[in-house]
Write a protein that binds this ligand. Structure first.
Ligand code: ZN
Ligand code: ZN
Length: 220
C-alpha cells in the first residue's frame, strides 16, 4: 500500500540578499519548464548570476516591484547581460527610475543605472513565469508605482516593500503616503486570503493571515 502522491508545487523561489540595504532579490521559477524570473535585481549582479546558475533555471524576464535603488539599481545592466526584458513596475514610479543614477551617487553605490522598463504594469495585468500566471496588483503608498504579484493557484504573492513580516513599507521617501499604503494593504493584499504566503523586499516572508492578526500597523 502506498499513499497517494501529494501535489508538488511547481513554483520554486530562492532569495539573494543584495545591496547595502539587504534587499531580497528573488528568483522565482517553474520547476516543470525551468523558466523563471528575477524579481528586483537591485545590485550585486555577479552574486545574482551565480544563484541563477545554481537553480538551473532559464531567466525569461526581470520583474520590478517598484523604483527604489535597492530593487531596481541593477536592472538595466542585468537586462543587458541576460538579453531579457523588464516588466514593471507601474508607470507612476518613472520619476524614481529616472533618478537611480543620482541616488547611486548619493548612497555611493557603484554601477547603478537609470532604467526604462519594456512593459509598464497596471492593476489587472498578468505576467507569466513559465506556465504560471501572476496577477498584478497596483499597491501605491510606499512608492506611487509599487506593484505586487499574486499566483492564485499556488497561494503565493511577492509584495515588494508594501507589507513586511511585522511591519509595512516606509512612507517618508518622495511620493510616499502612509494612508495610501494602509489602504493598498487593506483593499488589495488582505483580501487575497489568510493562507497566502508572501515574500517581501526585506527580511523574512510571512502569510497574509499572520499579518492580518498580528501586524501592529494593521491593528491600530
Ligand atoms: Zn522601497
Ligand atoms: Zn527596499
Amino acid at each position: 500500500m502506498s499513499e497517494a502522491a501529494q501535489p508538488v508545487s511547481p513554483l520554486k523561489a530562492a532569495i539573494v540578499q543584495v545591496t547595502p540595504f539587504q534587499q531580497n532579490c528573488t528568483l522565482l521559477w517553474d520547476e516543470v519548464s525551468k523558466s523563471g524570473v528575477v524579481v528586483d535585481p537591485g545590485g550585486d549582479l555577479d552574486v545574482i548570476e551565480r544563484a541563477i546558475a545554481e537553480t538551473g533555471m532559464k531567466v525569461e524576464k526581470i520583474l520590478l516591484t517598484h523604483g527604489h535603488i535597492d530593487h531596481a539599481g541593477g536592472a538595466d545592466e542585468l537586462r543587458e547581460r541576460l538579453g531579457v526584458k523588464i516588466e514593471g513596475p507601474h508607470k507612476a514610479d518613472i520619476i524614481l527610475l529616472e533618478a537611480l543614477e543620482k541616488q547611486g551617487k548619493l548612497y555611493q553605490i557603484p554601477g547603478v543605472r537609470n532604467v526604462t522598463p519594456d512593459r509598464w504594469l497596471d492593476e489587472g495585468d498578468q505576467v507569466r513565469i513559465g506556465e504560471l500566471t501572476f496577477d498584478v496588483l497596483h499597491c501605491p503608498g510606499h512608492s506611487p508605482g509599487s506593484v505586487a504579484f499574486f499566483n492564485r493557484e499556488m497561494r503565493f504573492a511577492h509584495v515588494g516593500d508594501v507589507l513586511f513580516n511585522g511591519s509595512v513599507g516606509r512612507t517618508d521617501l518622495p511620493g510616499g503616503s502612509h494612508a495610501t499604503l494602509i489602504q493598498s494593504i487593506t483593499d488589495k493584499l488582505l483580501p487575497l486570503g489568510d493562507d497566502v504566503q508572501f515574500i517581501c523586499g526585506h527580511g523574512p516572508g510571512s502569510t497574509i493571515g499572520h499579518e492580518r492578526r498580528t501586524n501592529p500597523f494593521l491593528n491600530d
